[in-house]
Ligand binder design. Structure first.
Ligand SMILES: NC(=O)C1=CN([C@@H]2O[C@H](COP(=O)(O)OP(=O)(O)OC[C@H]3O[C@@H](n4cnc5c(N)ncnc54)[C@H](O)[C@@H]3O)[C@@H](O)[C@H]2O)C=CC1
Ligand code: BAL
Length: 501
């Protein structure tokens, strides 16, 4: 477990940081070809942090050309997997050396609490890079059943140049979820961080170069969705795109692909994830801790947030009392204060969007919170609604938990599945059979029983329905995104013996 510092120590580290500001293309930092920049701000203070290169389609072209050259000449793609492993392990080691700096940078840039950055985001990011590095020289190809005169090999090959488009809610962790398997597999990468959160991504690119990653293999193109994301999605020399973000933008990538070169597209999208508590659930203190963590972790800005609490009436009042008590311990405030659990929302526009749901909550039953603390900060809020309320249906992506009371197991499952999303779910019951029946009936990519979570690097992560498309992040299955299967048939017939010569 990381030893946390004091707020003053973190502020001193923050004051001493220099910020990377340029795009990283073909092994070097460079401004946008247009010379344009945009301002990145600290969500907690609204103050500018740095001027970042505002790249455009011409920079995307440059990055794709560099990635293609690197891929084709094999400087990375054709290395022995063990050599790629060693380079990625050096990257992980350098990130570990710079862990504290990365945590402070992430907190400043994203408004995330230093507590989360130090204890989850940074260590988990390093762990994910290491895991994929360690995996890559242990994956075997296959030989398929064939006659004695044939050998049929099924081999995995890196898919080529991949476009990785990231969200702002877990800048480092999503980076690791994508570059870990993509680089391990031998792909060349053109990565677009979210405009709100570029700083840690650029720092990792610098560390990757220091670790010995060849030029052109990892390119970071900073800028907006329309100027960088769309040209990347439409580029005819990009072989696949892996995207995490909103369902609306994810949908666009399918259009980009259809309109260009039919590149493969993997989408990890939104969620409105149910957390079911049945009336036989035990240890309500533990249940409440999971409910609160699921709803309010990262200010609720989490695609797998447990944002809908579906609770059986028999247990509702007792559970809600404990949930309120637990949530009361989640203090809102300065993200660099290590005792703070709820930091700043990512941006002013997002803050306004989430605030509009607080307005909507006024016509429902507000059980806790419901107020803005200050610009950018919203207190943990719990609202009881009907199952069709806007608050119970739409992805809010803020610290607002909706409670829906139900009468039976069957109703709980029906309400849980009554959504266009299907990313994650959890179910609490002391009856193992019932819990497992629920887990099987829930239409979601990840279901946790008697806990809230999204699994870890060893388990696939992705969604059913409009929460996902085309593949999974994490686990060995993530490598399916970044590899093609090739079949190679060998005919061993002895033509001379068979009289065929
Ligand atoms: N599944 C998830 O983890 C996330 C879900 N969201 C949801 O999306 C809502 C809106 O947040 P945004 O930041 O606007 O998400 P977004 O999906 O628009 O942004 C994600 C990434 O896509 C890029 N992008 C935006 N427009 C694009 C376009 N037209 N073509 C190509 N790339 C584009 C962005 O620059 C960013 O890098 C949030 O309120 C939340 O509900 C947001 C971030 C992450
Ligand atoms: N919770 C990890 C994936 C995401 O929120 O984008």
């Amino acid at each position: 477990m990381t030893d946390l510092l004091t707020t003053e120590d973190y502020k001193a580290i923050a004051a001493g940081l220099t910020f990377p500001t340029l795009a990283f293309i073909d092994g070097g930092f460079r401004p946008a070809l247009s010379g344009k920049t945009f301002t990145t701000t600290n969500p907690a203070t609204g103050e500018p942090l740095a001027e970042i290169a505002a790249c455009g389609p011409e920079d995307v072209d440059l990055a794709v050309t560099a990635a293609r050259a690197a891929f084709e000449d094999g400087r990375w793609s054709k290395l022995h997997p063990g050599e790629r492993k060693e380079t990625l392990l050096r990257l992980a080691a350098l990130m570990q050396e710079h862990a504290r700096e990365l945590a402070v940078l992430e907190s400043l840039d994203a408004g995330k609490t230093i507590f989360d950055c130090e204890t989850v985001d940074v260590p988990e990011t390093i762990h994910v890079i290491k895991w994929h590095a360690e995996l890559i020289d242990k994956i075997y190809d296959q030989v398929s059943p064939a006659s004695d005169n044939h050998i049929a090999m099924v081999v995995r090959e890196p898919v080529g140049v991949v476009g990785l488009v990231l969200p702002w809610n877990f800048p480092l962790l999503m980076l690791a979820w994508k570059i870990g398997p993509a680089l391990a597999a031998g792909c060349s990468v053109v990565l677009k961080p979210a405009g709100e959160t570029t700083l840690t991504t650029l720092r990792v690119a610098e560390l990757a170069a220091k670790a010995g990653l060849p030029a052109g293999v990892l390119n970071i193109v900073t800028g907006s969705g329309s100027q960088v994301g769309e040209p990347l999605g439409r580029h005819t020399d990009v072989d696949m795109v892996s995207f995490t973000g909103s369902t609306a933008t994810g949908r666009r990538f399918l259009t980009y692909s259809a309109d260009s070169n039919l590149k493969e597209v993997v989408l990890e999208l939104g969620g409105k994830n149910p957390c079911i508590v049945l009336d036989d659930a035990e240890d309500l203190d533990a249940v409440a801790a999971h409910v609160v963590n699921g709803a309010f972790w990262n200010m609720g800005q989490n695609c797998s947030a447990g944002s809908r609490l579906i609770v059986q009436r028999g247990i509702k009042d007792r559970l809600l009392e404990k949930v309120r008590a637990e949530a009361a311990g989640w203090q809102v405030g300065d993200p660099l204060d290590p005792s703070i659990r709820v930091g700043a929302l990512i941006s002013q526009s997002h803050f306004q969007k989430v605030s509009s749901y607080l307005e909507a909550a006024r016509s429902e039953m507000v059980l806790m919170g419901g107020k803005v603390v200050s610009e950018g900060f919203i207190e943990p809020t719990i609202v009881e609604t009907g199952r069709d309320s806007r608050l119970a249906v739409e992805e809010i992506f803020g610290p607002i938990l909706t409670v829906i009371a139900v009468d039976s197991f069957e109703e709980a499952i029906a309400v849980a599945n009554d959504t266009e999303y299907g990313l994650a779910a959890s179910i609490f019951s002391a009856n193992g059979k019932r819990a497992l029946r629920g887990a099987r009936a829930l239409r979601a990519g990840t279901v946790t029983v008697n806990s809230f979570g999204e699994g870890d690097v060893t388990t696939p992560f992705g969604g059913y329905k409009q929460s996902g498309f085309g593949g999974r992040d994490n686990s060995i299955h993530a490598h399916d995104q970044y590899t093609q299967l090739k079949t190679i048939w060998l005919d061993l017939t002895d033509n001379a013996a068979a009289g065929l010569d």
